[in-house]
Design a protein around this ligand. Structure first.
Ligand SMILES: Cc1ncc(COP(=O)(O)O)c(C=O)c1O
Length: 1020
């Protein structure tokens, strides 16, 4: 068979006629794609379905007969995984038909298997991929039991064994980057050919590509492999070829092809153990199949073929091939070995055992006093030695050596397998620039000592390389020594050396145990790091020359750990030199914290660090924070941190003494409000601010009645739950007290009055008046109308223009005060204005503040008029132990400084507008987005099941939140129906952050769960 052969082109009427003539079947024909056969779906008037396959007579009769017989057997032996053959009236499975022009065709009819092609499943979950492996093992074992006598095939370019020839043939038609990739793949294939051709043969399917695999929902509603079709390529070959082919297509389009490959392999191995040699050649074969596929497509195109089915997987296959090629083969193969329960590096166990049994010379003299040797915590969560928040090596070095001095250390140790946050250069990017995982996991041990300290060879060997790895944040001058062990050769690496100290070393020099080989270098010549030695053991150089990765991405860490055994096996330091990831937090938390303190996400994230708009987990993975409006000016803003740290060291006491900070802050804060809002009271939280505001309103008015809005949340105290409809009407809630009345939420998308109603603002506002009328009539004299200016928990709702002024008029007419809860939306978040009430041209009597005020430090405030404040001063003292203390107020001052200096309100306006435009564009292409609303960096995306019925779709919101988290973006859902995604990131959120959110959201919204809801379960 050649890549140029076309499927037959029998007319539909003729196929229809033959089907009836030979099979007695009737129905309508629908063309199906086919590589060599002409295929149709035959639908009978009763709804029965069959697949009609027309092969040209060029297909060797013997092969078709063999294939048909095998399908019949397999269908029985695999429990229907393979569709059965429908016999013709004559009893044969294969019919030869001659058309009017005297051409001959072969006709077969197969059972139609329902399901969706694997190629159309998006995303392919780990469980589904693992199931593909399981089914391949099942198929392989059934095929393995058949006598191996398929007829020989001539020029069969799709046989995986032919991949080398195909790749060779196509080199001349490829452009140079692609040619280089194919040359690499080809070399790998040729280098390993003897290995895999030496494996025994059996019948294999030969083409389990993603268009030949069907997926259906099982009884538990999980997507699982339900059928494998098209045995047209069955031939005799090693069984691992079939697994490799299934992997090559199974991983197409997945986020991480290597991890996808490891799931398929895991599934296969669980059903049918593979030989170590089969596992070792698997990736060579996977890449060869990808190479073969893209080369056949290139050749076809070169010969003028433009049939999309023939070129179908080409772009994805190129991408997957280059992603796999970028990972050292030892690491990718090691990942598959681990999936089969083997150690990633085959020599490691033996080497480790030998290292344990040997004595080594000190690499650096270890102090006699055990207390002079200690661990320096360089992990991502380290509070002291976080390193490169800035580019200042001198500062980083000072901190490290200062810490050593203060702890009395002469030798400081940086740990093996430690996740670190300071590898910021481009070289430390994760797989193909993956923003979630950079290379953070340290594969060596660092020994911090003064520059000039001598370094000795721990054991005899020879110099493998001496090289100055000059790129900034690389190793600088580096020596790699080669050693022998019973397990074979291994290497030790010494990085960050003094250049002059290694000038006399040459490749090939033999080295004695204990011989001085170099000295610790200083910055910047050592790669621009604090002076230290990076020491690492390497079992396989993986083709690296003079350099070797010293850090790995978190997902590969156990594989790298196998290739780079614990350096302390040689250093023998009497310390715990390996970083241990904290475990058991979830269980501990459950034991000691209240169960109704919920955790976000199905698999909680363990966040240990923040910076700007980003949060980092315990392994250094980075998450774009789109939901934390508390970190208003950015997580751990250095100016805020410094202000708090400095004031903590000077004074922190209550507000009963004269102190400048509280006064300065009150002056600056009150200046941000329109007159007559000019008096401040400080507390510690938004809840306390609202509690205080309600007390003030009740004191001022003498009333008790409070009107609030549906969906509102104002705080966690008993008194505030009673006015928070979001809580009292939600699960676990209870009827509110008689002095609370709830007015309609001014939701112009799904509320009572919608955008098409020009009177909606007045109608919604009138409901506030109605609430007070009812309160009054029941003896609760109106005290306050408490509402957010834009509503957060209610679902990121911006009331129609004119609403707030009209609602305030109703409240005031009833004798109530107007309290604006600005806890979520205040401090410039809305871009256009500093406060939410200003966006409506309204003026409240009392404003409550919290969350963003201290950028995470607990401080809240009430801002009101002098008249109300004086009325509140009725003889009862107001005091809050912590409210307005010097530390809190200097922090709050720093927040105001940063807001102004970094023009964050303007940023909220421009970035927010771009983000909203992007979301609007998504709304046009994704029907599940019902509404995009909000302003500045306070936006909401509401999901509905259909734009017509507007039924809320909380499952989509949940799915989107979970899947964006997997892609490193943190969001949350809100609203009474939990179907609104809230977007309220730190105000440092950038234009490129916004682009990333749009881009990733766009990709998740085409997932089957959102797009074709009939198909896939959410949790899979
Ligand atoms: C609008 C609003 N008001 C008040 C509060 C209560 O603030 P805190 O949690 O600081 O007590 C919250 C908290 O989420 C809120 O969203």
């Amino acid at each position: 068979m050649t890549y140029l052969q076309e499927p037959p082109k029998l007319s539909e009427s003729e196929v229809s006629y033959s089907v009836q003539e030979y099979y007695g079947l009737e129905g309508t024909l629908h063309p199906l794609p086919g590589d060599r056969d002409q295929n149709f779906l035959l639908k009978s008037p009763e709804g029965q379905k069959h697949v009609v396959k027309v092969s040209s007579l060029d297909e060797v009769q013997e092969i078709l007969e063999f294939e048909t017989e095998m399908i019949t057997r397999l269908s029985n032996d695999t429990n229907g995984l393979i569709p059965s053959v429908i016999p013709a009236i004559s009893g044969t499975s294969l019919v030869t038909h001659e058309n009017e022009q005297g051409h001959h065709y072969q006709l077969r009819i197969l059972e139609f298997l329902p399901g969706t092609l694997l190629a159309e499943i998006n995303p392919r979950s780990d469980a589904l991929l693992m199931n593909l492996g399981e089914r391949m093992a099942e198929l392989g074992s059934v095929l393995g039991a058949y006598p191996d006598h398929p007829p020989p095939r001539i020029n069969f370019e799709w046989a995986l064994g032919q991949a080398g020839n195909i790749m060779e043939k196509s080199l001349s038609v490829l452009d140079s980057p692609r040619r280089a990739l194919i040359e690499l793949t080809l070399k790998d294939f040729r280098d390993n050919e003897r290995e895999f051709l030496g494996l025994g043969s059996q019948i294999i399917h030969g083409d389990v590509n993603d268009h030949n695999v069907l997926v259906s929902l099982n009884e538990e509603n999980h997507a699982r492999i339900s059928g494998i079709i098209d045995l047209g390529d069955a031939h005799s070959a090693p069984r691992v070829f079939d697994l490799a082919i299934a992997i090559a297509y199974g991983i197409l389009g997945t986020a991480d092809p290597l991890l996808a490959a490891s799931e398929i392999t895991r599934g296969y191995y669980a059903e049918q153990p593979l030989l170590e040699i089969e596992i070792n050649v698997l990736l060579t074969l996977v890449c060869a199949r990808l190479g073969q596929s893209v080369c056949i497509a290139s050749l076809r195109r070169h010969h003028g073929d433009t049939d999309p089915y023939h070129l179908i997987s080409e772009a994805d296959a190129w991408k997957t091939l280059s992603l796999l090629a970028a990972i050292p083969r030892q690491i990718s193969s090691g990942t598959l070995r681990q999936a089969c329960g083997l150690e990633a590096c085959s020599q490691s166990a033996q080497l480790r055992k030998w290292l344990v049994s040997e004595d080594f010379k000190d690499v650096i003299a270890v102090p006699e006093n055990p207390n002079a040797l200690g661990i320096l915590d360089l992990s991502i969560s380290s509070p002291e030695l976080t390193g490169r928040d800035s580019d200042d090596t001198a500062d980083f070095s000072n901190r490290v050596f200062q810490k050593m001095r203060s702890d009395g250390l002469t030798l400081g140790i940086g740990r093996f397998m430690e996740p670190r946050g300071f590898y910021l250069a481009d070289e430390f990017e994760g797989r193909s620039g993956d923003p979630l995982e950079r290379r953070t996991i340290h594969l060596g041990i660092d020994v911090f000592q003064e520059p000039g300290t001598e370094i000795h060879a721990p054991l005899a060997g020879r110099v493998h390389t001496v090289r100055d790895n000059k790129n900034r944040l690389d190793y600088g001058p580096t020596v790699i020594l080669e050693h022998s062990a019973p397990s074979g050769l291994f290497w030790t690496l010494y990085g960050h050396l003094e250049k002059a100290s290694v000038e006399n070393l040459k490749t090939g020099d033999s080295i004695d145990a204990g011989q001085p080989i170099a000295r610790i270098g200083t910055y910047p010549e050592n790669g621009d790091w604090p002076p230290h030695l990076h020491f690492q053991i390497i079992t396989d150089l993986m083709g690296f020359e003079g350099n070797f990765p010293g850090v790995a991405v978190p997902r590969d860490r156990t594989v790298w750990e196998s290739f780079c055994p614990d350096p302390n096996l040689i250093l023998n330091l009497p310390l715990e030199t390996t970083y241990e990831e904290p475990s058991g937090l979830y269980e501990r938390r459950k034991r000691v914290l209240s169960p109704n303190l919920s955790l976000s996400y199905e698999t909680p994230v363990h966040i240990v660090r923040g910076k700007g708009s980003y949060l980092f987990d315990v392994l250094g993975r980075s998450y774009l924070d789109c939901v934390n409006n508390i970190a208003h000016v950015g997580h751990e803003h250095p100016h805020v941190v410094a202000a708090g740290q400095q004031q903590m060291g000077v004074l922190n006491t209550n507000s009963r003494y004269l102190h400048g900070a509280i006064i300065e802050y009150a002056e600056r804060l009150s200046k941000l409000f329109p007159e007559p809002l000019s008096v401040c009271l400080f507390v510690n939280s938004g809840s306390e601010a609202n509690e205080l505001a309600l007390r003030m309103a009740r004191t001022y008015t003498g009333g008790t009645g409070i009107a609030v809005l549906e969906g509102g949340y104002h705080g966690n105290t008993r008194g505030l739950i009673d006015v928070s409809h979001y809580k009292f009407a939600g699960s676990g809630g209870h009827a509110p007290p008689s002095w609370t009345r709830t007015a309609l939420v001014p939701d112009e998308f799904r509320g009572r009055y919608r955008r098409d109603d020009p009177s909606r603002a007045t109608l919604y506002a009138a409901d506030v008046g109605e609430a007070f009328r009812q309160l009054d009539s029941e003896g609760h004299h109106p005290a306050a109308f408490l509402s957010e200016s834009l509503l957060s928990c209610a679902g990121q709702i911006e009331p129609p223009q004119g609403y707030l002024t009209a609602a305030y008029e109703h409240a005031r007419a009833a004798g109530a005060l107007c309290i604006a809860d600005e806890v979520q939306v205040g401090f410039g978040r809305l871009g256009s204005h500093m406060w939410g009430f200003e966006t409506q041209g309204a003026l409240p009597d009392i404003v409550t503040l919290g969350k963003p005020m201290g950028n995470g430090h607990p401080i809240g405030a009430v801002v009101t008029t002098r008249e109300i404040a004086e009325a509140f001063d009725n003889g009862m003292e107001f005091f809050s132990s912590f409210g307005g203390n010097p530390v809190s107020t200097v922090i709050a001052i720093a927040v105001l400084d940063i807001l102004k200096d970094e023009k964050l309100q303007d940023n909220a306006m421009t970035v927010g507008a771009a983000l909203k435009t992007g979301l609007d564009t998504l709304m046009r292409s994704h029907g599940c987005i019902g509404d995009v609303r909000g302003r500045g960096l306070f936006l909401g995306v509401e999901f509905v099941n259909s734009r017509e019925a507007l039924a809320p779709a909380p499952d989509i919101a949940h799915y989107v939140v979970e899947h964006l988290k997997k892609r490193g973006i943190l969001l949350g859902s809100d609203g009474p129906d939990h179907n609104v995604i809230k977007i309220k990131p730190p105000m440092s959120f950038s234009g490129s952050d916004a682009d990333r959110v749009i881009n990733e959201l766009d990709q998740v919204l085409v997932h089957d769960f959102v797009h074709d809801r009939s198909l896939i379960q959410p949790k899979d």
